[in-house]
Ligand binder design. Structure first.
Ligand SMILES: [Cu+2]
Length: 287
């Protein structure tokens, strides 16, 4: 066999071995760690700034550590026989198909335990979180709910606030493009649709993501707990300029927000053009 063919075979078998890939992953992580620590960077998602954000955080780390744990067990179970039963002159290989009753029982117990811990447990927590938080959209009659209508398009986010008269679709509405200003500490409820293709409103710091589809109105909400500026993204590949579809969320303390809203509503009236039908998108809030 030619030398380079032998080398290729050797390289392929090295790559296909799980241990090599695991070691490579570990080496990359170790190489990144000093830089991340020196730069004060944080491992994992950006800090959450919504009141249900902790639920995402808890589940994210639970899944991460469950995967790290189960992966480590598998690596150890591969490493032990690889070292213990490695080649030695005179040692005879023993072949076993693992078909005995004892082996089958063990496999069943391990599979059931893996399913119960890794899948069922996570599913129960996720469903509880969805029911209690993400799907528990506050009704508009509830005190302090702030409503925003969203129109997604290739490739921008349009946001509409009610303005001073408290009604959508009137001259004093506040219109924002790729920028959204909301009050801190109040539930912000969104209804949104799309002009063209499916877009997905994604504000990582608020820990939510929602598809907005043409011809349909979807609802989503969050309650900001920390004032600041946060990134708004589109999480649905929506065309060639999808990557440009981002904006900024400004969460302002209530006094600052009220002043901003009053000024913005006045500006809305001044800029209102009854001929501009494109800018008059709005709908009656769906209860
Ligand atoms: Cu998009």
């Amino acid at each position: 066999m030619k030398l380079h063919t032998k080398m290729m075979q050797r390289l392929t078998s090295l790559w296909t071995s799980g241990i090599t890939r695991a070691s490579l992953g570990l080496a990359i992580l170790c190489g990144m760690a000093p830089e991340a620590l020196a730069g004060g960077k944080r491992w994992g998602p950006v800090p959450f700034a919504s009141d249900f954000g902790y639920r995402f955080e808890d589940l994210f780390w639970l899944i991460t550590w469950l995967c790290v744990g189960s992966f480590s067990i598998v690596v150890i179970m591969i490493l032990i026989p690889s070292v213990r039963d490695r080649y030695k002159p005179g040692r005879k290989a023993h072949f076993d198909h693992g078909a005995s009753l004892k082996d089958k029982r063990l496999a069943t117990v391990i599979s059931a335990a893996t399913f119960l811990v890794l899948d069922a447990w996570v599913l129960v927590i996720a469903m509880t979180d969805l029911r209690e938080a993400w799907w528990n959209i506050p009704e508009s009659e509830e005190a302090g709910v702030y409503e925003v209508e969203v129109l997604a398009q290739q490739w921008a986010w349009n946001f509409r606030h009610k303005g001073a008269d408290g009604k959508f679709g009137t001259a004093d509405d506040i219109l924002q493009m790729n920028e959204l200003t909301v009050p801190n500490g109040r539930s912000v409820s969104f209804q949104g649709t799309s002009k063209d293709v499916i877009h997905s409103l994604f504000i990582p710091a608020m820990r939510f993501k929602k598809d907005f589809n043409p011809g349909d109105i979807n609802s989503v909400w969050f309650k900001p707990i920390t004032a600041g500026n946060y990134t708004i993204l589109c999480a649905e590949l929506c065309g060639y300029a999808h990557y440009q579809m981002f904006g900024e969320l400004h969460v302002l303390e209530s006094d600052t927000f009220d002043n901003w809203a009053a000024d913005a509503s006045e500006l809305g009236v001044a800029a209102y053009d009854s001929e501009d039908t494109e800018a008059r998108w709005a709908w009656d809030w769906k209860e």
